[in-house]
Design a protein around this ligand. Structure first.
Ligand SMILES: Cc1cc2nc3c(=O)[nH]c(=O)nc-3n(C[C@H](O)[C@H](O)[C@H](O)COP(=O)(O)OP(=O)(O)OC[C@H]3O[C@@H](n4cnc5c(N)ncnc54)[C@H](O)[C@@H]3O)c2cc1C
Length: 466
């Protein structure tokens, strides 16, 4: 080894497959491989499984600080949740909701806000245009790759400025971009937005006016998905084991943690691409893969949840749902527990605002958030009993919230799931549909497991199930 000496005498484990990362993608891949009779180990850096499905507790109740919503179209997650025997609850949305754009408020009680006709027409025109560009862009042909590269020279912000006639529409799409991508429209590639329009089956899905509504949450938090899967896979799951290096040759792969090595026929890596950059590969990854990992940068998200004696806003006829371009938070919604009388509001601080507020002292952040809540819900918002928060950018094993591409990176993304020798890739950033969601994580875990099963089968290494 040139720059890193691996200790050959360290304790070693053997398996058919090692899965790196016990987020949803890794757990699903491990479950699938185990069901196929494959001897698999799943190695997790943290002291827990779940990755970005994780939260905190207050007064004995659990709350999501990362992934929470299960969309109606998330069929794979719904099937999984059902198989695990976990109950879902509808996002509370009775009463009045509000959208604040450019210091003006639109209140609505139905599922979609009524903007001034020119804003509404402008918004729907932008959505239709994004869908049309997405349909025309089939990046598998050379001519459309050229077209993709042209589109990729622009930021989404530049496109919005050229396309939208109303400044309110631009503010609306700006705030929806911050909520969905956890990135500023100025930094995200127009090409990546178009790619995600296809991956989410339409711009109307990506830029929903009411992102919280008509969705469901796992009662007790999405971390319960990881807990249940972790129980099923307790023989295979090894926590507190960050993989620091990975070596492969023609016969095997070996993953190295502190003082321990894991040898297998194949590896599935489920870490976000930029987190994979922390692993030392021997031999070095091919330039195309390395370049990709340098370009899928992580969005920024900081979740704050405030707790109240009861959901006072409901008594005032409000749903708790607010979209706000003023900040610190872009989105606020009601996450009051189902089985208790307490109230809880979750505030999503995203993109540049997450960067800024993540650097401020906790007390100042809290003051700014509660003052924003006060503007929407009155003085009762100041009488919170407690709070929990998570800055996803401060997490070493995620380094941010969700991957996205800056302009000029389109050329690199197409090999995001292409195996490198015995190393296969999963994780929600590698999904072809519902990228950066729980659904995408499940899809990618199933896909990578299927790839490895084929490889094991064709090498005669797949044992028949008893
Ligand atoms: C704030 C926030 C809100 C979100 N909201 C939603 C939502 O409402 N609905 C939705 O569908 N999705 C949502 N998402 C996205 C969703 O959480 C992710 O897409 C999904 O959980 C990703 O799963 P994964 O397995 O691909 O990656 P991860 O969950 O990141 O799992 C990767 C795992 O690898 C581990 N790891 C990293 N490095 C190493 C190493 N060197 N060795 C060993 N292990 C390592 C990590 O600790 C982690 O456990 C949200 C995400 C965030 C951050």
């Amino acid at each position: 080894m040139s720059t890193l000496q691996f200790d050959q005498s360290q304790l070693g484990y053997n398996a058919d497959v090692v899965v790196i990362g016990a987020g949803l993608a890794g757990l699903v891949a491990t479950r699938r491989l185990t069901a196929e009779g494959v001897n698999v180990l799943i190695l997790e850096a943290r002291d827990r499984s779940g990755g970005r499905m994780n939260g905190g507790t207050f007064n004995g109740e659990s709350y999501d600080l990362g992934a929470q919503w299960v969309a109606p179209q998330a069929t794979a997650v719904r099937t999984l949740v059902h198989e695990l025997g976990l109950p879902l609850t509808n996002q509370y949305h009775e009463g009045e909701s509000a959208i604040g754009l450019r210091s003006r408020t639109t209140r609505f009680s139905r599922r979609a806000p009524l903007f001034a006709p020119h804003v509404s027409l402008d918004y729907h025109r932008a959505i239709r245009l994004l869908n049309t560009i997405a349909r025309k862009l089939d990046a598998t042909t050379d001519t459309s790759l050229e077209r993709a590269k042209r589109i990729d020279t622009r930021s989404f912000a530049a496109w919005l400025l050229d396309t939208c006639r109303s400044r309110t529409t631009i503010s609306l799409l700006n705030v929806l971009t911050r909520i969905h991508f956890h990135a500023e429209p100025t930094e995200i590639s127009l090409y990546y937005v178009i790619d995600q329009v296809s991956a989410h089956r339409g711009a109307q899905q990506l830029f929903r006016l009411t992102p919280a509504m008509c969705q469901e949450r796992v009662i007790g938090g999405s971390a319960r998905i990881a807990e249940r899967l972790g129980q099923q896979l307790r023989q295979q799951l090894i926590c507190d084991t960050p993989i620091l290096a990975l070596r492969q040759d023609e016969q095997s792969v070996t993953a190295y943690s502190r003082g321990t090595s894991f040898r297998a026929h194949y590896a599935i890596i489920t870490t976000p691409p930029v987190v994979t950059q922390q692993i030392y590969f021997e031999p070095h990854l091919p330039p195309a893969r390395d370049a990709l990992q340098q370009r899928v940068i992580m969005g920024r998200a900081l979740t704050v949840i405030l707790f109240y004696d009861y959901p006072f806003w409901r008594e005032n006829g409000k749903s708790g749902f607010v979209l706000d371009d003023a900040g610190p938070f872009s989105l606020c919604h009601d996450v009051s527990p189902v089985n208790s009388s307490e109230g809880a509001l979750a505030c999503a601080i995203t993109a540049e605002s997450a960067h800024h507020w993540g650097m401020q002292p906790r007390s100042e952040r809290l003051t700014a958030v509660t003052q924003q809540l006060q503007r929407w819900f009155g003085n009762e918002a100041l009488a919170y009993r407690g709070m929990i928060e998570r800055d996803w950018n401060a997490e070493r094993w995620n380094r941010g919230s969700n991957g996205f591409l800056v302009p000029g990176a389109a050329t690199y993304i197409h090999n995001v799931a292409t195996p490198v020798g015995r190393v296969h890739w999963a994780g929600s950033e590698t999904a072809t549909h519902w990228t950066n969601t729980l659904e995408g994580a499940v899809e990618s875990g199933e896909r990578a497991a299927a790839e490895v099963v084929v490889e094991l089968g064709s090498s005669g290494l797949l044992r028949k199930k008893q």
